[in-house]
Design a protein around this ligand. Structure first.
Ligand code: ADP
Ligand code: MG
Length: 393
């Protein structure tokens, strides 16, 4: 393992991260709390993680000198976003431990490869993806089965927060949408009537040991995560167990090392609980796991640090019910006029913790921070979260 703190004959160990967004920032905080130094590679000189890190290398992700500096500086390297160029990760992995492996990140980067992996895992887990078809050429449009419409057309690469997706009701709309998306490789998914959305975060070590967080219930608005709620009993036990088992299988079959989040849908199938469908995965900590900083004895970011450093992964225990509210840039605007959210009003509430990511400009839809409300029970957490949301307008 890479041990933190002073070790005779060695400088303080440094952990590196590709990407300087809020996920990288919270990784940096966790690494530093454990006694590691950090290095961030992100082209933006004001990136949230870059400003928190001991070292910030402000070059393009595929810049040879930037990558060389990162390798020279770091004992091991991870990534905070899945769209880091696969070639850059491979360059790093040739000389330093990189977790997750570039091959696993490459699958998560590409919805076509990702769904194929889910479909392969479904033979063991019984939890498969939504019915879908791959659209790579004009001729694929004609071959789409009727049952996939109405559907959602998603670009295979680079989609996030609902971007790179178009809802299509019929074949004409499908053809137009594929044009609009630039005729790039896509998947068309059947549009499902979602009863709920869940996510599961696991951390897996190089020795194959896996630990998991409780199943998270997520509410999206306009394709962006808005609220995550986690407490025991929030998801029916059988569904929760199946979601955790499926996530473990998805990680194990990738030989995954690091933190992995898998998103699920619950759809009606006539049963009381509904059926699980696997949606997508993120090869890193996830927005729906931010509550773990405040409501669990070990956070998703600390487990990312531990997995990267080869340190033990203790099973996390949630000690408080939690509601996480995402804070989007919209909060800083009312009727086209800039406003300052009522931070004093929310911080006055018991159990509220505010996390702002240090971004200088608030744009609608931009993730600026989050609030975690913790309480002894779900009712209290929900009640406080309601008041907090009201005070934020
Ligand atoms: P991303 O999070 O990368 O933007 P997702 O595939 O997770 O993309 O889609 C974003 C959201 O859109 C989901 O959380 C869900 O609310 C909705 N959605 C995605 N796929 C479907 C589907 N097949 N049927 C119904 N809703 C969907
Ligand atoms: Mg998603």
């Amino acid at each position: 393992p890479i041990l933190p703190g002073p070790v005779e004959g060695r400088r303080l160990a440094t952990l590196g991260v590709m990407g300087g967004g809020q996920l990288g920032r919270m990784f940096v905080h966790a690494a530093q709390a454990l006694g590691f130094q950090t290095a961030v590679l992100d082209p933006d000189p004001t990136s949230p993680a870059g400003r928190a890190s001991d070292v910030h290398i402000a070059t393009a992700y595929d810049d040879e000198q930037g990558l060389a500096q990162l390798m020279q500086r770091c004992e091991a390297i991870t990534t905070e976003f899945e769209n880091v160029p696969a070639g850059a990760l491979a360059t790093l992995a040739a000389q330093r431990p990189v977790a997750p492996a570039p091959t696993a990140v490459a699958i998560a980067q590409d919805r076509i490869a990702e769904k194929a992996h889910f479909a392969a895992c479904a033979r063991d887990t019984g939890v498969g993806p939504a019915p879908y078809a791959v659209i790579e050429a004009e001729a694929d449009l004609a071959r789409v089965p009727d049952r996939l419409l109405p559907g959602i057309l998603k670009t295979a690469r680079l989609g996030y927060d609902g971007k790179g997706q178009v809802r299509v009701d019929d074949r004409a709309a499908l053809a137009a949408a594929w044009e609009r998306l630039g005729r790039v490789p896509c998947v068309l998914e059947q549009r499902l009537a979602l009863r709920d959305e869940l996510s599961v975060i696991v951390a897996r070590g190089a020795d194959g040991a896996v630990v998991h967080f409780p199943v998270q219930r997520n509410l999206h608005r306009d394709g962006i995560l808005a609220v995550t709620e986690v407490w025991s009993g929030n998801v029916p036990d059988t569904l929760a167990q199946r979601a955790v088992a499926a996530t473990r299988a998805i990680a194990a079959q990738l030989h995954y090392v690091g933190v992995l989040c898998v998103e699920f849908f619950i759809v009606d199938d006539g049963s009381a609980d509904g059926a699980l469908v696997v949606n997508e995965m993120a090869p890193r900590p996830h927005n729906s796991g931010h509550y773990t900083i405040d409501a669990c004895d070990v956070s998703q970011f600390e487990l990312q640090v531990r997995a990267l450093a080869g340190l033990p992964l203790a099973a996390p225990r949630q000690h408080s019910a939690a509601v996480m509210l995402n804070l989007l840039g919209d909060l800083w605007w009312r009727d086209g006029q800039p406003v300052t959210p009522d931070w004093a009003g929310v911080l006055a509430l018991p159990g509220v913790r505010l996390h702002l990511y240090g971004k200088h400009t608030a744009r609608p839809g931009r993730k600026m921070g989050h609030l975690t409300v913790t309480a002894a029970d779900a009712q209290a957490a929900i009640a406080t979260a309601r008041v907090a949301a009201q005070r934020l307008g």
